[in-house]
Design a protein around this ligand. Structure first.
Ligand code: NDP
Ligand code: TDO
Length: 306
C-alpha cells in the first residue's frame, strides 16, 4: 500500500511523519509545499495553490491520500479568501476526483469553524453548517467538493489543534507568558483543545478498520468529529497551559490570565462562540476512546518538559 501525506510540515502533518504509524502501514511518501521537510530531508513538492496536482498523484499513485495541508490563517483569510478557497476548497475536490478515478481513499481534515457557534449542545455530524468567516467557508467548500467527487473519503472535523511544534495557541501562550506579566484571553468561546497525537491515533484506528473490515466502509465513509472530550474556553485552556507548564518548571512564574469577552479582543474574523463537537459517533464506529482535553495537554507538556 502506498500512502501520500500532504502538508507534512504542518502541525498535524509533522506529527503523522514523526509517529511512524503511517510508515508502518505502507510505503509513505511525504509532500510539502517546497519539497523539504522540517528536518531538512527531501520530500515531494505539492503546492495546493497551483494547478497540476494530477501530475504528482499520477507519479506517486497512492492508495491512500492523507491531506493535512491547508490554509489555516483564520484572520488573514478574510483578505485572501480566493487563495483559501483554492487551497482548502478546489484543490480538495481535485484530490477527490483523482481518488475516485483510481479507487484511492482520501483522509481529509476539516474544522469546527464550519459551524456558526450559536448552539449550546455539542454539534452532531449532520448539524447544519454556517461558517462565520472566510476560513470556515473555504473548509466547508472542501468538504462539499470531496463529497461531490464520489471518492471514498473520511472527513475528520477537528478543533483547537495544538502540538509541541508549529503554530498554535499553546505555543503562542507560552511565548506571550514569557514576555508579559498579564494576558487577556477570551472566556466566552467554548471548544475542545485537541492534540495532534490524539488525531493521529484516532485516524490510524479509522484507517485500520477501513482496511481490515471492508464491511465497515459504509458506516465509516463520510464525515466524523474527531476532538478531545470535554470542553473549555480559550481562557480556561490558557490557564491550564500555564498551570501545567509551571508544575513542570517550564516557566519560572505564573502570569495573570484575565478573562475577557470576545468584544474586548477584536479580530478580523469572527469565531464561533460554541465550538463543541459531539465525538461519540466516532468512538462507536472506530472503537477508539477520545480522552479528555486535559489528558492531551498533560501529554504534550510532558513532551515539552522532556
Ligand atoms: N490548527 C487548528 O487549530 C485546526 C486545524 N484544522 C485542520 O486540520 C488540518 C491540519 O491543520 P494544522 O496541521 O493545524 O495546520 P498548519 O497550519 O500547522 O499546517 C498546514 C500545512 O499546510 C501547508 N500549506 C499551506 N498552504 C499550502 C499550499 N498552497 N500547498 C501545500 N501546502 C500548503 C503549510 O505549509 P507551510 O509549512 O509551507 O506553510 C503547512 O505545513 C487542516 O486541514 C486544518 O484546516 C481543523 C481544526 C483546527
Ligand atoms: C493570542 C490571543 C488570542 N486570543 C483569542 C483570539 C481567539 O478568539 C482565540 C484563539 O486565537 P487563535 O488566533 O490562536 O486561534 P484560531 O486561529 O482562531 O484557532 C483556530 O484555528 C483554525 C485553523 C481552526 O480550525 C480552529 O479550530 C481554531 O483552532 O483566542 C485572546 O483572547 N488573547 C490572546 O492573547
Amino acid at each position: 500500500m502506498k500512502i501520500l501525506l500532504l502538508g507534512a510540515n504542518g502541525q498535524l502533518g509533522r506529527s503523522f511523519a514523526e509517529d511512524e504509524g503511517l510508515a508502518a502501514r505502507g510505503e509513505l511518501v511525504a509532500a510539502t509545499r517546497d519539497g523539504t521537510l522540517w528536518n531538512g530531508e527531501r520530500a515531494e513538492t505539492a503546492d495546493l495553490a497551483e494547478p497540476g496536482l494530477d501530475a504528482l498523484l499520477d507519479r506517486v499513485s497512492p492508495d491512500v491520500i492523507v491531506n493535512t495541508a491547508a490554509y489555516t490563517a483564520v484572520d488573514r483569510a478574510e483578505q485572501e479568501e480566493a487563495l483559501a478557497m483554492r487551497i482548502n476548497g478546489e484543490a480538495v475536490g481535485e484530490l477527490g476526483t483523482w481518488a475516485r478515478r483510481h479507487g484511492a481513499l482520501v483522509i481529509h481534515y476539516s474544522t469546527d469553524y464550519v459551524f456558526d457557534g450559536m448552539a449550546s449542545t455539542p454539534y452532531a455530524v449532520d448539524a447544519p453548517t454556517g461558517p462565520l468567516g472566510a476560513y470556515g467557508r473555504s473548509k466547508l467548500a472542501g468538504e462539499v467538493a470531496l463529497r461531490a467527487s464520489g471518492a471514498d473519503h473520511l472527513i475528520l472535523r477537528t478543533a483547537w489543534v495544538y502540538a509541541p511544534h508549529g503554530h498554535n495557541f499553546l505555543r503562542t501562550m507560552l511565548r506571550l507568558g514569557a514576555e508579559r506579566d498579564e494576558l487577556r484571553v477570551v472566556a466566552d468561546q467554548q471548544g475542545a483543545p485537541t492534540s495532534t497525537a490524539l488525531i493521529v491515533r484516532a485516524s490510524l484506528s479509522a484507517l485500520d478498520r477501513w482496511l481490515a473490515d471492508p464491511g465497515s466502509r459504509d458506516e465509516l465513509r463520510g464525515t466524523h468529529h474527531l476532538v478531545a472530550s470535554g470542553h473549555t474556553s480559550w481562557h480556561g485552556f490558557a490557564s491550564a497551559i500555564f498551570d501545567e507548564a509551571y508544575a513542570r518548571h517550564l516557566i519560572p512564574r505564573l502570569p495573570r490570565v484575565v478573562p475577557i469577552a470576545t468584544a474586548d479582543y477584536p479580530t478580523p474574523a469572527r469565531r464561533p462562540a460554541w465550538s463543541v463537537l459531539d465525538n461519540a459517533a466516532l468512538e462507536r464506529h472506530v472503537g477508539v476512546r477520545l480522552p479528555d482535553w486535559r489528558d492531551g495537554l498533560r501529554e504534550v507538556m510532558d513532551r515539552l518538559a522532556g
